[in-house]
Ligand binder design. Structure first.
Ligand SMILES: [Zn+2]
Length: 132
């Protein structure tokens, strides 16, 4: 059954790159797991706060809209019984569905959970190579 994106999820997508937005809509159409969009674009001030709190390691975040005016990253969390989960076993099941949605939309995507140093389960971004 397709998932309906809630008002919060949709509003988080307003300043996100259209290719990434397409992936999220495709994800809603194909996903067998419920999810929510935690965050799309982020202001420089918010990012400064995140770095101070230690939840982000860089001011170079793809959540901050770039020269094209769009954020190149989106944080998506799977829901278990309607609640956001931080359980890696759930993220490991959810991420292949997101990657499949990206493949269907022919959009290259990177998952923060594949990173070696600072693993970021909800984080998906457009690669710098294709989207400088
Ligand atoms: Zn993120």
């Amino acid at each position: 059954m397709p998932i309906t994106l809630g008002a919060k999820s949709l509003s988080e997508l307003t300043h996100v790159h259209p290719d990434l937005v397409r992936v999220v809509h495709r994800l809603a159409a194909i996903s067998t797991m419920d999810f929510t969009v935690l965050e799309g674009s982020r202001t420089v001030a918010q990012e400064r706060l995140n770095v101070a709190k230690g939840v982000s390691t860089t001011m170079n975040s793809k959540h901050i809209p770039g020269k094209d005016g769009y954020a190149h990253a989106v944080d998506i969390a799977p829901l278990v019984n309607g609640k956001v989960t931080w359980d890696w076993s759930v993220y490991n099941k959810f991420s292949p569905i997101v990657k499949e949605a990206a493949r269907l939309e022919k959009v290259p995507i990177e998952w923060g959970g594949d990173w070696k140093t600072f693993k970021d389960g909800p984080h998906y971004q457009l690669p710098t190579k294709q989207y400088p």
